[in-house]
Ligand binder design. Structure first.
Ligand code: HEC
Length: 135
């Protein structure tokens, strides 16, 4: 009986969520798995980075310094020794992620924003446009 009540409440709660909210939750879940697979080795699961080698993504000025479009291109193309994070230079090498497509970027950036930036969905259309403009 208790269980049925609990399930009922969950269903009720779920049906109250907007489409937008459900998409957001979906992107965060998918994005987390993309992050774990491709990024957490270096930047760590909690985004704290690794000593002087890999810059943090959590609690940094990244979110003020870099637009979402630039972020997508950094992830896509990698970079080499030109980051200055929280005023500290990093000289390491970040490999490219050429196989990540627009949907992966939308999910990944939404996850990253959820964890460390502003809690907003980064849409598939935005990711697609950003990828097209990477130089
Ligand atoms: C092999 C280790 C490695 C992996 C894997 C890696 N990175 Fe990096 N990342 C780095 C290094 C090193 C830098 C600093 C590069 C530089 O000095 O230009 C960096 C820089 C960045 C920056 C710029 C930080 C800033 O504040 O300017 C972002 C954003 C970033 N990485 C995100 C990611 C994401 C997202 C992934 C997964 C798709 C990822 N990285 C995978 C090593 C890595």
């Amino acid at each position: 009986m208790k269980n049925i009540l609990a399930i009922g409440l969950i269903v009720l709660f779920a049906s109250c969520q907007s489409k937008e909210e459900i998409l957001y939750q979906q992107y965060v879940v998918e994005g987390r798995s993309i992050y774990e697979k491709n990024c957490s080795n270096c930047h760590q699961s909690d985004g704290s980075g690794l000593r002087d080698l890999y810059p943090p993504l959590a609690k940094t000025d990244l979110w003020k310094r870099v637009s979402q479009e630039q972020l997508v291109c950094i992830i896509k193309q990698g970079q080499k020794g030109n980051s200055q994070v929280n005023g500290k230079p990093y000289a390491g090498y970040m490999p490219a992620n050429a196989k990540l497509e627009a949907i992966d970027m939308a999910e990944l950036v939404t996850f990253m924003q959820d964890q460390w930036g502003n809690k907003k969905v980064y849409s598939f259309d935005e990711a697609k446009a950003a990828l097209k403009n990477c130089r």
